[in-house]
Design a protein around this ligand. Sequence first.
Ligand code: AMP
Length: 221
Amino acid sequence: MSEYSGYSLILSFTHFYKCVYFYRPEFKLMVNLILFGPPGSGKGTQAEKLIERYRLVHISTGDLLRAEIAAQSPLGQEAKSFMDSGRLVPDEVVIGMISAKLDSNPKAGGFIFDGFPRTTAQAEALDKLLNAKKFSITRVLSLQVSEPELIKRLLNRGKTSNRSDDRDEGIVRNRLDEYRRKTMPVADYYDRQRKLSDIEGEGRIEEIFNRLTAAIDGAGN
Ligand code: AMP
């Protein structure tokens, strides 16, 4: 072997090593979305469509909590009284659930968080959990819907769903109050990270979905 080809062999080996060492597929390929917005803004409906488009694991804290209540677990029993009155469940409870859900999906290509984080403390905890796994939030999609429209949608849903918190106008109003006081500041938290996109949440489902995908696909370009 000539001196020259020996040298280029070393160079290409070094290059190969660097590529393997620095290649962290999750940084580039993972799409982690937060679907943000008040109760009744269409997060669940749009989450279903986004999961299909981007192949994401769906994490809805509301669904997880309702499953805990149905299973009559100690966690469910603790959460029930908060949910029945339209108040937020304590941060430690939901953060613990999220942590377990992330750990139980090690192969996920990305996550979509629906109804979480709902407080700034939850947002900070989520950043810590994701950082520890070398993941990060790609985009926060904030659905904008007027309050009269929200109340109309929630009470309508209450007629057909088995959710008692959608049937009583007093509970619906408590949930919207909790949103205004504790959840709205979360939008500022992500705005400071330049990850927030406001999305018009009224109109046809397909139209709203197109606005969401445009914001996701345009992110970072
Ligand atoms: P949702 O299905 O997202 O509308 O949530 C229903 C109820 O579950 C809420 O009114 C809260 O009581 C509780 N809940 C869901 N997600 C959270 C969360 N991230 N933090 C605190 N409470 C939550």
